[in-house]
Design a protein around this ligand. Structure first.
Ligand SMILES: [Zn+2]
Length: 105
C-alpha cells in the first residue's frame, strides 16, 4: 500500500519536472531567438520513405506511437507502413518481417 503512494508521488513529481523543464526550454528558446533551430540537430539516421521537405518549422507536431516498440515519435520522423506508424524504418521492417499472429485465428 505504501508503495502505491510512493508511485503516485513519483508520478506527480515527474509530471511537475517535465512541466518545469518545458517551461525552462521555452524560456531559453525565446531568449536564444526563435530563428535558431537548435533542437533539430539531435535526431539522425532516419532514412524516411517519404523523403520530403526537411526544413519545416517544428510547431506542435502531432505525435504517433510506434507499433513495434511503443515509443512516441513526432510524425515527421515516423514511417507509416500499411497504415501503421513506426518510429523508424528499421522497426517497420522488423514488424513486417515478423508474423503478427492475428492471421492465424
Ligand atoms: Zn519503434
Amino acid at each position: 500500500m505504501r508503495q502505491i503512494f510512493l508511485l503516485i508521488l513519483l508520478f506527480i513529481v515527474g509530471q511537475w519536472l517535465v512541466k518545469a523543464l518545458r517551461r525552462h526550454e521555452a524560456h531559453s528558446a525565446q531568449r536564444a531567438g526563435a530563428g535558431a533551430n537548435g533542437a533539430a540537430g539531435a535526431k539522425g539516421s532516419n532514412g524516411g520513405a517519404h523523403g520530403s521537405a526537411g526544413a519545416q518549422p517544428q510547431l506542435a507536431e502531432p505525435m504517433i506511437r510506434c507499433v513495434e516498440c511503443g515509443v512516441h515519435a513526432p510524425k515527421s520522423d515516423s514511417v507509416v507502413v500499411n497504415g501503421q506508424p513506426f518510429c523508424s524504418t528499421a522497426h517497420a521492417q522488423r514488424h513486417s518481417a515478423r508474423p503478427t499472429g492475428r492471421d492465424a485465428r
